[in-house]
Design a protein around this ligand. Structure first.
Ligand code: 13P
Length: 287
């Protein structure tokens, strides 16, 4: 069932768990994540960066694939199709194509401009009944060419954006896209606590879910994080399983070169990673 992310996140916030956003790249990713959500009776958010949408030939292709797959696979758990780190133009295109949820990332603008543009997005998304994620204080690291310096969000700025009526808020608290460096200081819980207090019941979003230790994930959920984004970890799982298959020479045995066989270990590895995260985030049996 393709839905906005509003209800699933309101329930997650009230129930003290988080819904996973898993980014998709192609058919295998989408199928693996949808099936795992259904098997575990968990709500799920499919994240699509602008780069990934372009790779899959455009927002329309992605929306059509996801809608058709939900129907063909009889997926009954709530699924949101969410634009990840959208620009203003990207958000308009994704809405038009049928995405059910939008992230407008205005964190690189001065706060007044971020507020003005996010306000306009609130108007556009609410007209269509879509959920909206905004961002304050950038996420560090690089994702699909989008580079963030990793600033800690200001709680007053978070409140100003939350008060516009967004569905969920991503706030920088020392989190980074991609692998965490050896000397990473960890999540800034003092900042998260202040942001949580300033924004009331707003579901908070933790980007850069790859490689955050379990205890930090649990603490973040206890402080209002209701959505956690995971991208790199599924890529690494897919890569490791595919490498193993080829290094063991399985592609050279029988019809091991058949793409359906060649891509299967990576597909299963994504499923296992997604299940592990759903268990950690507490979203199993919450559909
Ligand atoms: P990771 O790639 O670090 O898991 O981050 C995912 C993310 O935040 C998507 O926006």
């Amino acid at each position: 069932m393709l839905v906005s992310a509003k209800e699933m996140l309101t329930k997650a916030r009230a129930g003290h768990y988080a819904v996973g956003q898993f980014n998709i790249n192609n058919l295998e990713w989408t199928k693996a994540i949808l099936l795992t959500a259904q098997e575990n009776n968990s709500p799920v958010i499919l994240g699509v960066s602008e780069g990934a949408a372009k790779y899959m030939t455009g927002y329309k292709t992605v929306a059509a694939m996801v809608k058709a797959m939900i129907e063909e696979l009889n997926i009954t758990v709530p699924v949101a199709l969410h634009l990840d780190h959208g620009s203003y133009e990207g958000a308009l295109k994704a809405m038009e194509a049928g995405f059910s949820s939008i992230m407008f990332d205005g964190s690189h603008y001065p706060i007044d401009e971020n507020i003005a543009k996010t306000k306009e997005m609130v108007r556009l998304t609410s007209e269509k009944g879509l959920s909206l994620e905004a961002e304050v204080g950038s996420i560090g690291g690089e994702e699909d060419g989008v580079v963030g310096a990793g600033e800690i969000a200001d709680p007053n700025e978070c409140k100003a954006i939350a008060d516009l009526g967004v569905t969920m808020l991503a706030a920088g608290i020392g989190n980074i896209h991609g692998k965490y460096p050896e000397n990473w200081q960890g999540l800034n819980f003092e900042a998260l606590e202040k942001i949580n207090q300033a924004t009331g019941e707003m579901p908070l979003v933790l980007h850069g879910g790859t490689g955050i230790p379990e205890d930090m994930i649990k603490k973040a959920i206890s402080l209002g994080v209701s959505k956690i984004n995971v991208n790199t970890e599924c890529q690494l799982a897919f890569q490791e399983a595919t490498r193993k298959y080829i290094e063991e020479g399985k592609d050279l045995q029988g019809k091991g070169f058949d793409p359906r066989k060649l891509l299967n270990p990576g597909f299963e590895a994504i499923k296992a990673t997604v299940k592990e995260k759903m268990e950690l985030f507490g979203s199993i049996n919450k559909a």
